[in-house]
Ligand binder design. Sequence first.
Ligand SMILES: [Zn+2]
Length: 315
Amino acid sequence: MSLNDQTETFLRSPALWVLTVSLLFAAHAVQANGPLLEFVEVAPGIYLHLGKHEEMSVDNLGDIANIGFIVGTESVAVIDPGGSPQVGAAMRDAIRDLTGLPVSHVILTHIHPDHIFGGSAFADVEFIVAHRNFARALAQRGDYYREGYSALFVDENMPTSLQPTLEVADELRIDLGGRGLIVRAHRTAHTDNDLSVFDSASRTLWASDLMFAQRIPSLDGSLTGWLKAMDELASLQAVLVIPGHGQPGSWATVAEPQQHYLNLLLRETRELIARNVRLSDAVDRVAAEESKNWILFASHHRGNVTRAYTELEWE
Ligand SMILES: [Zn+2]
């Protein structure tokens, strides 16, 4: 999918035209060892690569998640090394192409393979930042993920993920030189190991998979927890929100459609549980009208209802 296709929805909002046009002109294409990775400077010093709205595959090399990096005056922080060693290597080349500054931090926003499988390209980096629950999740799921996507690893000695060297229990402040980042560890939401990153200077919130835009959110943690995490993030009053999938934009364009979907999932699942409707019937009834609003709805929505039902039936 081209940048133009992806920005189509975005362009329907005239207020965001100026931002969009500046993004297009700032596009910085990089051909490296792996696939073509295009990084766009979405705010000063903040570079974003938009993943494709597809499932992980050998064809797309796992390039399905939004990944990027933030440049200070002294060093660079990577936010997710991407979905395969090839993507990670291409990202490393892109950074090298753009700045001579060293990469001081790799922030692993959560355990999902599309965000972390590119870690081997950053094995020399000192600070590998992750949620305090990340290492446990990696121990539980790493082999399973690796087996499922083994074709993405051309070298069997490549690690599934970098191991965290800096765990975040609550909040971590990172100084890249003239640029302060606040990394927050959230309670269980999208997963039980979600981090968000806030750039104070530009008021940019890198929400990663705490936000999905255009692509259906996928629930792998707690529905009620996710809604609470969104309320906490709203209080930051970010000017720009970068989701883990889909186009960046304002809080209204990125977060509100997801809040609507998650609230509907919560309300309608609760109603069906109260009426003793079985899970097997609920999966086709809850929030069914949302199918027109989301890419890959058929692949993930029933799983979301299942997860919500399992959580809410014990309330
Ligand atoms: Zn995820």
